[in-house]
Ligand binder design. Structure first.
Ligand code: SF4
Length: 355
């Protein structure tokens, strides 16, 4: 039985939470998770999402590496905890002013919200694959991206997927680790996504030969190496170390891929029925506008930078403004969720320190 003394103690400890608003920008997994945590603590949370639905890329994905958990079930778990969070869809921040340690934020729908702290969790966009013209996305019918394939797994709808493909290829590092594309960084998740998707297409088309063209395989997480071994042993996926230099289409609408096998030093030419481009992560389209409005620092690629890269990654250069998730750089989903919880705690500590 809780005593009155204990109840008063809890009430006082939580007063700072009940009296302060927190704004979260971005309704993807990290924004949702941070909203849920802050709401549970007792804060009034306002979530701003520029799209027409919550969930970000997770809402469009079918299954997740390394063990093929359904993306839908993870999103449902996260969404269960945001009951009570006020959210706005199709909405962006239009202006922000700081008045005596409180931000006044005006939204594109005309709403004004005062907030003691703001979390930027606007996530990432996929690299636009059509920018790598040599791979033929948007030019040839049977060149698709990792996101297109995931959508096909989820909905079964996409005329570009041929009925009984004999050969399917995956190209790693599309728009990542690529000086020409302007992105030297590794997108971190696309090797594991490619291996997962290679196994899944083999399940969908057991008679097809499946090839992965890679530079290095970055299978760094728990269960990832096992997934790679399974792809080779159980699914017969063939891994070819080398960058694809050219994709062309022959008279039968098949794709002719030229690459160099950098292990054997020999040129490789493969004819495929379907090519999947592993588009990497880039900064989200609204990050420049947010950086500008809030005077936030970004790196050369437009990702937000923390106060430091290890201990204070969640803290921006502006007092009371925090980051979480892939808006600071490529992240796995578990990393984004952990960061969201860390950011919620950092915001709680910050608001407590103002009392
Ligand atoms: S994770 Fe793999 S595919 Fe993605 S950028 Fe890094 S090396 Fe390339």
């Amino acid at each position: 039985m809780k005593t009155d003394l204990y109840k008063n103690y809890i009430k006082n400890a939580n007063t700072h939470r009940m009296n302060n608003n927190v704004i979260i920008i971005g309704g993807g997994p990290s924004g949702l998770e941070a909203s849920a945590q802050l709401h549970k603590m007792g804060y009034k949370v306002f979530l701003i999402e520029k799209d027409s639905q919550l969930g970000g890329h997770l809402a469009k994905w079918d299954r997740l590496f390394p063990d093929s958990i359904e993306a839908k079930s993870i999103l449902e778990n996260i969404l269960e905890n945001i009951n009570g969070v006020k959210y706005f869809l199709n909405t962006e921040v239009e202006s922000i002013t700081l008045l005596d340690k409180e931000y006044n934020v005006i939204l594109s729908n005309g709403t004004t919200i005062p907030a003691t702290a703001i979390l930027v969790a606007c996530g990432f966009d996929l690299f636009p694959a059509e920018k790598k013209e040599e791979y033929g996305y948007g030019i040839y019918d049977h060149v698709i991206t990792n996101a297109d394939l995931e959508n096909w797994f989820k909905t079964g709808l996409d005329d570009r997927i041929v009925k009984n493909p004999k050969r399917i290829g995956f190209v790693h590092c599309v728009g990542s680790r690529d000086e020409k594309a302007g992105n030297r960084y590794c997108s971190k998740v696309c090797c594991a996504t490619a291996v997962k998707q290679a196994c899944e297409v083999k399940e969908a088309f057991p008679d097809a030969e499946v090839f992965c063209f890679y530079m290095d395989l970055r299978m760094f997480g728990k269960g990832y190496e096992e997934l790679y071994l399974k792809a080779q042993k159980d699914y017969g996926v063939r891994f070819i170390r080398g960058r694809v230099s050219e994709v062309a289409e022959n008279i039968d609408k098949q794709l002719v891929i030229k690459a160099e096998d950098t292990l054997s030093g020999k040129p490789v030419k493969v004819t495929l029925d379907l090519l999947v481009l592993m588009a990497g992560m880039k900064n989200c389209v609204s990050s420049a506008k947010i950086a500008n409005l809030f005077s936030l620092k970004t790196d050369e690629y437009g990702f937000f930078t923390g106060k430091d890269s290890i201990y204070k990654l969640q803290y921006s250069n502006k007092e009371g403004i925090f980051h979480a998730g892939a808006c600071t750089g490529p992240k796995t989903l578990p990393e984004s969720l952990h960061e969201a919880r860390a950011a919620a705690l950092a915001i709680d500590n910050y608001i407590k320190s103002l009392e």
